[in-house]
Design a protein around this ligand. Sequence first.
Ligand SMILES: Nc1ncnc2c1ncn2[C@@H]1O[C@H](COP(=O)(O)OP(=O)(O)OP(=O)(O)O)[C@@H](O)[C@H]1O
Ligand SMILES: [Mg+2]
Length: 266
Amino acid sequence: MNSAEATSGPSSSPIIQTTALTKVYGSNGAAVHALRGIDLTVDRGEFVALIGPSGSGKSTLMAILGCLDLPTEGTYTLDGRQVQGLSGGDLARIRNEKVGFVFQSYNLLPKASIARNVELPMLYAGVGRKERRERAMTLLEKVGIADKADKLPATLSGGQRQRVAVARALANGPALLLADEPTGALDSKTGAEVLELFQELHRQGNTLLLVTHDPSIAALAERKVEIRDGLIAVAGEAQLGGEEEDLMSSPQPGTHRAEHHVRVGR
Ligand SMILES: Nc1ncnc2c1ncn2[C@@H]1O[C@H](COP(=O)(O)OP(=O)(O)OP(=O)(O)O)[C@@H](O)[C@H]1O
Ligand SMILES: [Mg+2]
């Protein structure tokens, strides 16, 4: 189930729409074709797990979807805005406005307080000091660590740090929340608590894309998208050598249907 109606804006256009997205690192003999033609649609309010073997292109795709990097070719529309071909400054602005990113390694500023870490994206967005602090405190309450607001990151546990990272990711009310192995550095109990937080954010209508190696985590999502060798793999399709697993569980009645396709012969 999802609660897209909680946040749906004026349009019901997808949050993510990519066509024939490619990414090539390096050039000529040293070129690495990390993405080879990704068509992906993620609707507002969906919770999608991105899975696939190491080196298949998951983080590369997340970096492009999160406007940290640009594709080599193809198109990407994020919440109605065309992203491909943007300059660095415009890309950074869209990222700050529309994307919240949670990394395995938290990526908090070590010398800034917890509240200050959460305020930072709002500072970049031009939010005034008083409102920044109020919003940061509301978000820290939401993730259950308001009492740590004045502490430094080093004094927090891994699970607490990841909660700060989630609060920071939510700072500017992003259209899209991306998480790359967000529980990879946590013990299973703490990881489960952070996952519960993501599920709660999904219930509140947020659009979530989460990379994981862990099938039990992927099972929490509404939909699984598997990447293999820079392409999206679809259950039952033989051409990618997928023999065994049921890659995509059947969509639940009344939820979004899978809308991605394999591109063959590119
Ligand atoms: N900056 C880079 N320069 C050159 N090649 C890169 C770069 N980043 C990634 N690659 C290559 O692109 C391919 C995809 O890498 P990517 O990090 O996206 O995989 P991944 O699916 O996230 O793997 P993992 O599960 O291990 O995190 C790999 O072959 C990798 O070596
Ligand atoms: Mg990765």
